[in-house]
Design a protein around this ligand. Structure first.
Ligand code: GLY
Ligand code: MN
Ligand code: MN
Length: 424
């Protein structure tokens, strides 16, 4: 069964063609090719097609090229199935498209026309990099809005992720290792239809929760630890990305609970601001403002919330952006609105900086962390000398960190949380 129906692909191609404007060049979307594992001889890393190619063809096969001639039509060239492939990998019966060897002839019939290549390189083609860069911006703008077929796949990934988190929650108790939790979580995601993890699963117990992308290891969960889990299933390249922070035993310690409540309040506030036309950096600021006030109440920060945000002091405890675009892969399109440079908000260089539109899918994932590398940095200690109660920090450091992350679809009305099934 194809991943996407033909009418879905046709609508996407029409949206892309509309975005390319009146006088586009010939456009070639390359699938890319596998990367060899160093020293691996015939071994390659798992192949992931370039997203534009996959989105427009529904094919995850390497070596293909989708060609668009604005005066003519779309043509899909594919790598034919070889005998060797049938021997080692099987399948291949359902590969639809023309032999990629015919691409040269197709291009020769269009002499002197500029060509822009998007995605994987296409051999023996003279790419026009300036036109390609302009078209990349156009196709990014189109792809940011998720269509119903994409949302359906992400909902399946979210359901498998929910099952994985539920299994992890059952597994967590004093005495189990981070690694064991990961194994149980991923196994359950696979059982529920995942074809992979969308990214390396993060399980951090105690102070390991303060490492943003921690790789689970042999550490044994202690009774007073919290456990931060950031995991997501992948189905046909579509991802969910969900963080929950759980107590090791029945309940959090009072300090863990205080930080948890604060992060949850920040996340709910940020989600409530996820509406059409709102600037993403305002969503970040909404979360940061709740955290700044809360950390003042807890005696960790001092000063006016606006000053704590504008000076960047808040980034000692919230050292990452509030989220990113998710969907086709764990980091989908994202980026900056046309004409913008990367700017700093609340002490963070925002890699996503654009106004929200209907059908954008964003992660909303504020956190509060006690990161030794930040809190012990002499330059930061001097810069924020008067804004932090440095003496109070020792008693908070064992908390490690708390992050809560959901996947939020922007609609014409209230935001829709695709991962709401996972308790928090
Ligand atoms: N799952 C990794 C992240 O949220 O950045
Ligand atoms: Mn995550
Ligand atoms: Mn994320």
């Amino acid at each position: 069964m194809p991943i996407f129906e033909n009418d879905v692909l046709e609508r996407r191609r029409q949206r892309a063609a509309d975005a390319f404007g009146d006088d586009p060049p010939i456009v070639l979307f390359g699938a890319g090719k596998p990367v060899q594992i160093p020293g691996g001889q015939d071994q390659t890393y798992p192949f992931i097609p370039y997203p534009e190619y996959y989105w427009l063809t529904g094919s995850r096969r390497w070596g293909g090229v989708l060609a668009y001639d604005p005066g003519d039509s779309w043509r899909h060239f594919v790598r034919p199935v070889s005998q060797n492939e049938r021997l080692w990998e099987g399948g291949g019966e359902d590969v639809e498209g023309e032999d990629v060897a015919g691409l040269k002839c197709w291009l020769d019939q269009r002499p002197g026309r500029p060509v822009a290549v998007i995605g994987g390189a296409v051999e023996n083609v003279k790419n026009d990099p300036q036109r390609a860069a302009a078209l990349q911006i156009s196709i990014d703008g189109v792809r940011r809005r998720k269509d119903a077929a994409e949302v359906a796949l992400i909902e399946r990934a979210a359901a498998a992720t929910a099952a994985g988190h539920a299994r992890a929650r059952e597994t967590i108790r004093p005495g189990v290792s981070e690694r064991r939790i990961r194994i149980e979580l991923e196994a359950e995601m696979f059982r529920q239809g995942a074809d992979g993890a969308a990214f390396d699963t993060i399980v951090g117990a105690g102070t390991h929760a303060a490492v943003l992308h921690f790789e689970p290891g042999d550490r044994i969960v202690e009774p007073d630890d919290l456990v931060l889990i950031d995991a997501g299933a992948s189905i046909a390249g579509y991802a969910a990305d969900v963080t929950r922070t759980y107590p090791a035993a029945d309940r959090f310690t009072p300090r863990q609970q205080a930080i948890y409540d604060l992060v949850l309040a920040a996340q709910l506030e940020a989600i409530s601001t996820c509406r059409k036309d709102v600037e993403w950096h305002e969503v970040h600021r909404a979360a940061a403002a709740v955290i700044a006030l809360g950390l003042c109440d807890l005696g960790i920060l001092r000063g006016e919330p606006d000053v704590l945000l504008d000076s960047g002091a808040i980034s000692l405890f919230l050292p990452h952006g509030v989220g990113h675009m998710v969907g086709l892969g764990v980091r989908d399109v994202g980026g900056l609105a046309a004409g913008r440079e990367v700017s700093v908000h609340c002490g963070i260089r925002m890699r996503v900086d654009l106004p929200l539109e209907e059908d954008f899918l964003m992660t909303v994932e504020p956190g509060v962390y006690f990161v030794p590398a930040l809190l012990d940095d002499p330059e930061r200690r001097e810069r924020f000398a008067n804004m932090v109660n440095w003496d109070a920090l020792a008693s908070w450091r064992p908390v490690g960190g708390v992050r809560i992350e959901d996947n939020v679809l922007i609609t014409a009305g209230d935001p829709r949380i695709l991962t709401a099934e996972i308790p928090k």
